[in-house]
Design a protein around this ligand. Structure first.
Ligand code: LLP
Length: 417
């Protein structure tokens, strides 16, 4: 765990949070190289005895430095857009280790992915399969395909991030999958190579994953008997992390439980983890601008807002908030809120903290779905991003300059007379 107190002073690895804030300003995202590498390493060791590919889900944190660190460890990547493909390539990732997920792939994205020679298209509908076949024909390529199957299991997670139920927009109904594989196998520019599913995110129990794998295996066996042999099984991402009191399964336990179900089948296993690789390796550092105790609630107005970190506002997500320096004075209950003009603009509510103006606060677990979901709402430049490597800090993304926020905008000329 990179974020730890040393004599009341919170550090990321060997660098004090206050040093980062002084050098780079706030708000700032801080990531630990060691923690990212450790989490990815846990996936690698758990899968060491099987053919596998760990395709990090780029959407969780797509900073080039993060992608590059993972590429150097041998990671593949799960992408959902041509933008993410370009990022992976810019970061030195290997396109032949890329899987392309996403429910509404653009034709341009499909073309670029075919050109780059990606490992597999995770196809989500019959319509997409037809379009892919046509584009592959135009490019003179055969597209490697896996159908994203919707196994209809309840992931028991927040409804916005649950994806494996029949009523969700994702994937092909498992009942329809066999027919669609047969159609795919008959297409000239499609080669079915795998099957995949992704049932949701922030799952805290292994059971839904097991239910999903069992349903996928039944499909694989049925396909085998009709002459379609698949080479890989892609089980998506979704493993949860411990933001607070909840218990999340260890990466090794999750992988062991799934590999157990496979028996002696020889598939290559693909995983698409995002959150479990980067969430706990990152934090958002913010400064207290004002303290505003009122009759009803106490507000700590900080310089980060919902535009910088939207998870609390969007999913009512609970993320821990720690003081950068522990004070031993009396603590009070504070709502930690940002300067954006919305009541939903909060980072945490009812947090027991001993605070003074100018204090630094640290929202932990912000390495995943943090910066990537940031916006410029209220014309707020997005934060800087820093990676700490032992005693050294590296700025891996500059804070946005104000002028850059309207750089592509133009005013209208005088009205034509
Ligand atoms: N594969 C596919 C096809 C996905 O849709 C996702 C995430 C992943 C892999 C990675 O899942 P993970 O291992 O990170 O759970 N913004 C939300 C999470 C949205 C997840 C979307 N899909 C949040 O902040 O909680």
């Amino acid at each position: 765990m990179a974020f730890t107190y040393k004599n009341d002073v919170l550090h990321c690895e060997d660098v004090a949070i206050s040093t980062i804030a002084e050098q780079v300003g706030t708000p700032v995202y801080v990531y630990s190289r060691a923690d990212i590498e450790a989490a990815f390493g846990e996936y690698q060791s758990a899968l060491a005895n099987r053919p596998h590919l760990i395709c990090y889900a780029v959407k969780a944190n797509s900073n080039l430095a993060v992608l590059n660190l993972l590429a150097r460890l041998g990671a593949g990547f799960d992408i959902v857009s041509e933008g993410e493909l370009a990022r992976v390539i810019a970061a030195g990732g290997d396109p032949s280790k890329v899987v392309f997920s996403g429910v509404g792939k653009s034709c341009e994205g499909i073309r670029q992915a075919l050109d780059a020679g990606i490992r597999c298209f995770n196809v989500e509908s019959e319509a997409e399969l037809n379009v892919l076949n046509e584009i592959a024909a135009e490019c003179g390529k055969v597209a490697p395909v896996s159908l994203r199957v919707n196994p209809d299991v309840d992931a028991n997670t927040h409804p916005y991030i649950s994806t494996g139920l029949k009523e969700n927009k994702f994937g092909v109904d498992i009942e329809r999958a066999k027919d669609l594989y047969e159609q795919a196998a008959a297409m000239s520019f499609i080669e079915p190579v795998g099957v995949d599913c992704h049932i949701g995110s922030q799952l805290l129990s292994i059971t839904p994953f097991i239910d999903a794998v069992d349903r996928l295996l039944a499909l694989v066996d049925a396909l085998e008997s009709s002459g379609i042999t698949l080479k890989h099984l892609d089980l998506g991402g979704g493993l949860g992390v411990q933001y607070g009191e909840e218990q999340a399964p260890a990466i090794s336990a999750y992988i062991a439980a799934l590999t157990d179900r496979l028996g002696d089948r020889e598939f290559e296993l693909i995983f698409e983890p995002g959150r479990s690789v980067v969430a706990m390796a990152g934090a958002l550092v913010t400064r207290v601008n004002y303290l505003k105790p009122t009759e009803h609630r106490n507000f700590a107005l900080v310089d980060a807002a919902m535009n910088d970190l939207i998870r609390p506002a969007l999913y009512d997500a609970w993320m821990d908030i720690l003081p950068a320096t522990q004070r031993h004075d009396t603590a009070h209950r504070w709502d930690v809120v940002g300067p954006v003009c919305e009541t939903g603009d909060f980072l945490g509510k009812d947090r027991e903290l001993a605070l003074q103006p100018d204090d630094l606060l640290v929202v932990t677990g912000a390495g995943a779905y943090g910066f990537v979901m940031a916006s410029n709402y209220n014309t707020r430049p997005r934060p800087a991003e820093v990676v700490v490597d032992k005693g050294t800090l590296h700025v891996v993304r500059q804070r946005e300059a104000l002028e850059s926020l309207w750089a592509g905008e133009t005013c209208l000329p005088e009205p034509a007379s």
